[in-house]
Ligand binder design. Sequence first.
Ligand SMILES: Nc1ncnc2c1ncn2[C@@H]1O[C@H](COP(=O)(O)OP(=O)(O)OP(=O)(O)O)[C@@H](O)[C@H]1O
Length: 948
Amino acid sequence: MSELSVNSFCPGQRWVSNTEAELGLGIIVDADERMVEISFPAVGERRHYAISNAPLNRVIYHKGDSVSTIDNQLFTIEHIEEDEGILIYAGLTANGEEVNISELELTSFIQFSAPKDRLFAGQLDSPKSFALRYRTLQELETIGQQPVQGLSGARVQLLPHQLYIAEQVASRYAPRVLLADEVGLGKTIEAGMIIHKQLFTGMAERVLIVLPDSLVHQWLVEMLRRFNLSFSIIDQARCEAIEDNENPFESSQLIITQLSFLTENPERLQEALACDWDLLVVDEAHHLEWSESGPSQEYQCVQQLAEHSRGLLLLTATPEQLGIEGHFARLQLLDPDRYPSLEQYLTEEESYTDVNHLVMALQKGEALSDAAVNQLQEWLGEHQWSHYQQLIGEPEKAAQYAIARILDQHGTGRVLMRNTRDNIAGFPSRKLLPYPLPKPADWRDDFSQLERGLDGVLQAEHQWGLSWLNHDDRVQWLKDWLKQHRHEKTLLICHHADTALDLESHIRLRVGLASAVFHEGMSLLERDRAAAYFADQEDGADILICSEIGSEGRNFQFAQHLILFDLPSNPDLLEQRIGRLDRIGQENTVQIHVPYYQDTAQEVLLNWYHQGLNAFEHACPGAHHLRQQFGDTLDQALTNAGAEHSQLHQQTAEARDALNAKLAEGRNHLLELSSFNQEHADELVQNISEHENDGELLDYLESVFDSYGVDSEGHSEATLIMRPGDHMREGHFPGLPEDGFTGTVSRQKALHRDDMQFLSWEHPMVVGAMDMIRSGDKGNTCICSIKLPPLKAGNLLLEAIFTMSYQAPKHLQLSRYMPVQAVRVVVDANDKDFSNIIKVEHFNQLGQKIPKRTAQEIARQGREAITSLIDKAEQMAAPEQEKQRQAALDRANDQLGEEIERLQALAQVNPNIRQEEVEHLITKRDAIREAIASAQLNLDAIRIALTT
Ligand SMILES: Nc1ncnc2c1ncn2[C@@H]1O[C@H](COP(=O)(O)OP(=O)(O)OP(=O)(O)O)[C@@H](O)[C@H]1O
């Protein structure tokens, strides 16, 4: 081809820009001795260049290349001729038709992006860009191999119990789980981590969070501030702003909405149901009431959504708050195969102690009695038993296998995760401070005669009606107390909004404290403002007075004092109230102040909670059960307040101890086993900590910023200020706002400084930059010179990087079986394999940049030699293709095989499992296998080095 005119410009010739590849294929319009004019029809632009340094490369196709004409006719070149400087390509179309096409007739819509095409089109990158590209692949490979992938970027303290649950749950395909940690242990954070990991690893794309009204803002802020996840709220206002026929739930991938919005607007529910969801998250799930007589509207709404979503996270600290049936119904929402009937569930609960004993024996490696072996065989079922038998030569592995199956299929199941304060060190204690007040003379005890029944006594304000503030001694007590505790942040919870409102205005006027009120009559915005005013440490409210809605989900751990102005009749609600302060981040003993009237039902309830359940100073896991067990006796005691009730307290306390012991032996221990494993959790923490702050990320970012023209300057240790530079290569840099931002790689700093973002390998800017580099072509071709003494001068060396690529429907999520794994090959003209001898660092350090024109000349003149080097490299890398396919297949078989096996085992005990379900999984596994089998190893980047 050397006789073809490659360097002189002639109108009609096709050239390409070296610096603006996106312009497509250009046509020379005019050329004289000094200037050349070129038009780029694909983008409708023209450029004028001085001939001496025009950044243009002549495009000459070669025999065997497939090219397209302006009319989109594809042909393969057979022969090339030149006619007065213009190339004529002769070739064959797909139908075998012979064509003669002038280069003028070729399509202008081409982009050279494959490394080989770019190299021969003279589009060469600097050694720095090549090094950055390869480093990006290596970093992606490291990230993809870490079990903590997706969990390390959140701006949170690394708490083992949360990381453990998040890792366990988020690694599953379409997880369906009830997160039931005790109040305040961080379920929102766990859910955030799970969502983030699923999104980060491509296992989920569309997420719907359904919340009680009062928690919308808090979730929105937590998701953004802690996880960089930007959710959109869909409510009435947003729907009105959206076009008539557009489904508002399609307007974003990440959506938060209110449960009440869906139950009150059936057409909106239908719109939500019309969408495809990967993950549905429902907070305060105990509100989804269900009983055999009929499910609540809320339950039905979530049930429909749950059927339309692959994954489901239900969050509640008090799963049994509204009854065991409701708890069961929610478990059934999550995993109908595992929880086919209430009856079976109740029977199973009875056998948790036996399950626990067997699991413990297996864990300790004890010899099993004949009875235990029979039991194990029965529980495992035929298929799993035979698998267990096969493993028996490796006792530990066999035991682990059996334990996992028993816990899942006969224990508390893999859908229920619960951590308790007992598992977690460092929680502050709680202290009850009761304040007895003499019973007023006009007190009405007989609540059967009161309009509000028991509430008329527990919520004393009802005794006096509208003028209650003048009569109720709790009000004076409160004023006195507040005067003694001025400027100590205090949360007061009472049942009714009206009570909260009356109290707040009274306190504000009479005590002169900065106060705020929080109740269901306020708009969401007003409530959030009130909560923020209370949270403000410098100019904020000293006291926040809440109605019952303040007792759920909200974060008030910066306060130490909780005043319970009345007591709820449900002990789970009591725990929810205390949980506002007794949560992660509380640094002091939580002081629970309870004013009450002596010799009234208030005193009876207080004493029963305290002496019977010990519910003020400790979370009481069996509270709901005990409330049911002692319901009648307690109700009687409440009507007979003046009597002695120590026997009831003692009986309750004994039952509590017995129940706790039973739970510890059975359910709770099983839950603990599946919800927490200290050793594994510590490994996760260590794994994240190890990679943090090691300088690698900042160093990487420096190279990226340097290459893409982003300005950055040091702010303080481990902290950078970043902003778009004046000479930024791309108009836009992913994740970098116009006015820049400050980011730190120090987790501690990020936790204390809201004005800084937490920079990690999972930060959107870092992910965006890596994605841009990986999917773009910058850095995929490079020609340099290298001096390596043993190698003779004047030879070409090729460093080729390959990665696997595949075409598969997104829902198969192939990336989780086939993470990035670059293959690097170095070869010379004698076919000698230097891959393990000349490392990438050698090239990076010894490779010298050479003038672009010279490099382009090398590419042109060395085309044949380079092509043959690439062919050789492809042959050398080829076996990796099979290896990577096999590794991906193994991963897919492991994960999906386990799921199929589980379903088959459950089907033996649960006739509801349909054969189609099993078949569906098998079909999916086959599709994944097929996609993996067609994955190809492709050339990602090439660097040619001329030895000197
Ligand atoms: N890992 C963490 N790092 C920093 N703060 C955390 C972490 N986990 C939880 N928190 C904080 O602790 C508080 C309680 O967390 P969260 O709201 O997730 O708890 P919860 O279990 O959902 O509570 P509830 O049962 O009341 O709904 C929140 O203020 C949260 O921001």
